[in-house]
Design a protein around this ligand. Structure first.
Ligand SMILES: [Zn+2]
Length: 377
């Protein structure tokens, strides 16, 4: 979501089907099993938010009564994934979806597996009852994921149980640390840029999730990032971020845009009001993540608090410093649950938004370079 974005959903491009080969000897069908890992962890990843009552770990707890359930709908780009801390040999797997009454069963979707966590191939389709089974014959598996077939949008993803049949024993199941899964295979020359962006994004994921916390709400902890030649800068739609490779080539120092786009994933809000959603994303990037590179420019005659992007970000930073250091957490929470209105500024800061804006402009006129300095600093 970016003012200059035109790339939205682009076709998923499948890498060659290498993964089943990983760990296989050349002519033999039987893979060489990796040594059994001692402390095998299953890291759960979801592009969809959830709640503690139906957390991602509940899909892998051996109990069919507990289940993962996404808070919002599942779209084409959304992913639910288990990633093992080490690749393991898997004999078979079975995934059961839908509640006890068969509601929210996944029927128009597939299970994909990967030997390296990057390239995936289909292992099974879900059947009419919302179950998927695959005989893998000892294939080396690093990750298993659920993905919809095109245009199979679901009101919610409900995964009762993922059963992995393997000699390797899973010792713990946890939510993985938030990160981007990056694919620059369509623009390999931007690899260095993409790796810098990935490092920055991953380093700030947890902090952003903390700032954008809501009670009883788990924010998404993954996004897939693709680099392609296109228009504009970058766009994020559900669990998929597309970065214009041409922009990356031409703007060597703009890797922080990944933090802006990542913020949209963690926000887990409707795209409304747009100015607040974009203002918060720029607040995270510019005010919190790289303030040393941020030099706000406000037009004191014409700018408004709802001008979006950097203007709104600067205003939010100023309000946070002067009135309420939890302001952005509370505003994002309100946007997330469709309760945002301008009156919230008065509720949180004690003054209405127009009064705050007038004070902000007066401060900016007095010392533009200090507009984001803490009072008294
Ligand atoms: Zn944006």
């Amino acid at each position: 979501m970016n003012s200059t974005t035109s790339t939205r959903r682009a076709a998923w491009t499948m890498l060659p089907t290498l993964l089943l080969m990983a760990g296989m000897s050349a002519a033999s069908a039987a893979p060489i099993p990796p040594p059994l890992p001692r402390n095998l962890q299953a890291l759960m990843y979801s592009t969809m938010p959830s709640t503690p009552a139906h957390s991602p770990e509940m899909a892998l707890d051996g109990d069919q009564k507990s289940y993962f359930k996404s808070v919002y709908d599942m779209n084409d780009n959304d992913i639910f994934m288990v990633m093992f801390s080490k690749p393991i040999a898997v004999k078979s797997l079975r995934i059961v979806t839908g509640d006890a009454d068969g509601k929210n069963a996944v029927t128009n979707a597939m299970v994909e597996i990967s030997g390296n966590g990057i390239a995936f191939t289909k292992a099974a389709d879900f059947d009419a009852d919302g179950a998927a089974s695959a005989s893998l014959d000892g294939a080396i598996v690093k990750a298993v994921r659920i993905r919809l077939n095109g245009n199979a949008k679901l009101p919610s993803l409900l995964v009762r149980e993922i059963k992995i049949n393997s000699q390797a024993k899973i010792k713990s199941v946890v939510q993985g640390p938030g990160r981007g899964f990056v694919d620059y295979s369509e623009a390999p020359d931007v690899a260095d840029w993409a790796k810098r962006m990935e490092t920055q994004m991953d380093s700030y994921w947890a902090k952003t999730a903390e700032i954008l916390h809501s009670d009883n709400f788990y924010t998404p902890n993954m996004v897939r990032v693709f680099y392609r030649d296109g228009d504009g800068v970058a766009g994020t739609d559900n669990g998929e971020m597309v970065v214009n490779a041409k922009w990356a080539r031409a703007h060597d120092d703009d890797t922080g845009l990944g933090v802006h786009e990542m913020t949209h994933v963690i926000q887990a809000t409707p795209y409304e009001p747009v100015w607040m959603v974009e203002g918060i994303a720029d607040y995270i990037r510019w005010v919190k993540f790289e303030p040393e590179h941020f030099h706000p420019r406000i037009n004191v005659e014409r700018s408004k608090y709802n001008d979006s992007y950097q203007t709104t970000a600067t205003f939010l930073g100023w309000c946070t410093n002067h009135y309420d250091d939890k302001l952005v957490t509370q505003l994002n929470d309100a946007v997330r649950f469709g309760k945002y209105n301008d009156g919230l500024f008065k509720e949180y800061c004690g003054k209405d938004v127009n009064t705050l804006w007038a004070e902000f402009i007066a401060d900016y006129k007095a010392a533009p370079d200090k507009i984001l300095a803490k009072p008294g600093a």
